[in-house]
Design a protein around this ligand. Structure first.
Ligand code: ZN
Length: 450
């Protein structure tokens, strides 16, 4: 066999079943062997990571890049730099908030043109299901989207309208026939509309916002999707799950072997409604961060596999849209910006609850890669896989500071927090794209459309 072009080794390499001393042999961007720690042929370039963790790069299957059309909110260059600095080696872009949205083949073509030449890491794309675009689904899939997202409630932007049950009854059989997956923003309007009728309280008070997005909205939405999954056979994925009330139903759906997967996000696993300061609108997202008790139930559901994965739902906007001067939770844009910090946030929370590197890799690399249909090449350190690697120090701590944020905007609810886990270097297909605060000069990330 050809000699490897590069070897990365460490005393802690996270492989599919174990965490061991090992050497990762890489040639032409692919892992060609996982050798013993000291199995290093002479004159092979060696990155000796010492005791640092060597892990598959994170696959973040829920990112809003907003380019083209709302590039002032984020963009391919800044999003992928922030991702690389955070150990993310593949991300999947959401079909909305960019203009045009990825709901037509033309929209996808515009998105690919905007992304080309800008990405430091590999990128894949979700398409969108909106009322009346069923005929676009097959062409979008053939052009390389990994699946489709829909909303059951106003999405926040008018060019991406939400679907009703009758729209779904048209789109879902088509998705089932195509063997694709439907990602669902699971909140239905009625409980939220009812809550609005009797909503009282100061709009700067987080509790007022929390009351405006009741758990019932999520609970009913998930129940609807479980039923439609059973009826149509279409594969369903619940995005950014927050309400713990509906976990028993999801557990039951799992027992029934319905094709349903579930994600949650670092913010639902970190923050608690009781602790969010008045006017701190950078904590606003939909569905909302709920109570402490809810948070711990989400962790338990991750542990027992009812929730499959953790992805960022990085959804930034301009700081002005967060209305930090008035602190009005009801009017501010909803979305949390933190793509760069998923790994240390989750590691900090995992350690506090007794979870380890294997769980982290399963939740943040393996499961999201599988969701996006990339599990033959991404999400594992295994023979024949892309050499997407993050090297990080799990003992070191740092404080989240705006000057170290590489995303377009610096407003994040994690500012000032002490987190454990410092990313030292990130490799995408064997190329170092980030190391010690510096980025590779060339944007060699691939657009994954095959
Ligand atoms: Zn989102």
């Amino acid at each position: 066999m050809d000699k490897p072009g590069l070897i990365i080794r460490s005393r802690r390499v996270v492989m599919p079943e174990t965490v061991n001393p090992a050497s990762v042999h890489i040639r032409d961007g692919i892992i060609t062997a996982l050798g013993e720690w000291d199995e290093v042929p002479e004159q092979t370039p060696l990155v000796d990571a010492g005791d640092a963790v060597v892990m598959p790069g994170l696959v973040d299957a829920h990112v809003h890049i907003n380019e083209p059309g709302r590039t002032e909110w984020e963009g391919f260059t800044t999003a992928t730099r922030g991702a690389a600095a955070g150990g993310v080696t593949t991300l999947v872009d959401m079909p909305l908030n960019s203009i045009p949205p990825t709901t037509t083949l033309d929209g996808f073509t515009a998105k690919l043109a905007a992304a080309r030449g800008q990405c430091l890491i590999d990128i894949a794309f979700w398409g969108g299901v909106i009322p009346g675009n069923t005929h676009e689904l097959k062409p979008l899939l053939n052009a390389g989207v990994r699946g489709f997202k829909c909303f059951l409630i106003h999405s926040g932007v008018d060019e991406f309208p939400h679907v009703t049950e009758s729209n779904l009854l048209e789109a879902m059989p088509e998705l089932a026939a195509l063997g694709s997956v439907l990602l669902v923003h699971a909140e239905v309007p009625e409980p939220i509309e009812n809550a609005a009728l009797e909503l009282e309280g100061n709009p700067q008070d987080y509790q007022t916002f929390l009351k405006s997005r009741p758990r019932a909205s999520e609970n009913e939405a998930v129940a609807l999707m479980v039923r439609l999954c059973r009826e149509t056979g279409a594969r369903i994925h619940i995005v950014h799950h927050s309400s713990s009330d509906v976990l028993p139903l999801l557990r039951q759906a799992r027992a029934e072997e319905l094709p349903i997967t579930v994600e949650t996000c670092p913010h639902y696993l970190t923050f608690a409604a009781e602790e969010i300061p008045d006017g701190a609108t950078y904590f606003k997202c939909c569905p909302p961060v709920r109570e402490r008790e809810n948070r711990e139930k989400l962790w338990a559901a991750l542990a027992d596999g009812v929730i499959d994965m953790v992805v960022s739902d990085h959804s930034p906007c301009t700081p002005a849209l967060k209305l930090t001067e008035t602190g009005d939770f009801l009017q501010a844009w909803g979305g949390i910006a933190a793509l760069q910090f998923s790994l240390p946030v989750m590691w900090t929370g995992s350690q506090a609850r007794g979870f380890g590197l294997r769980e982290l890799t399963r939740w943040m690399s393996e499961a999201p890669a599988k969701l996006a249909g990339l599990d033959k090449r991404k999400g594992r350190l295994a023979l024949g896989y892309d050499a997407d690697v993050v090297i990080w120090n799990p003992e070191r701590e740092f404080k989240v500071a705006p000057e170290n944020i590489h995303l377009r905007h610096k407003l994040t609810p994690y500012a000032g927090m002490n987190l454990r886990g410092v990313v030292e270097a990130t490799y995408v297909r064997g190329t170092k794209v980030y190391g010690q605060g510096e980025f590779a000069a060339n944007a060699t990330g691939a657009l994954l459309t095959e």
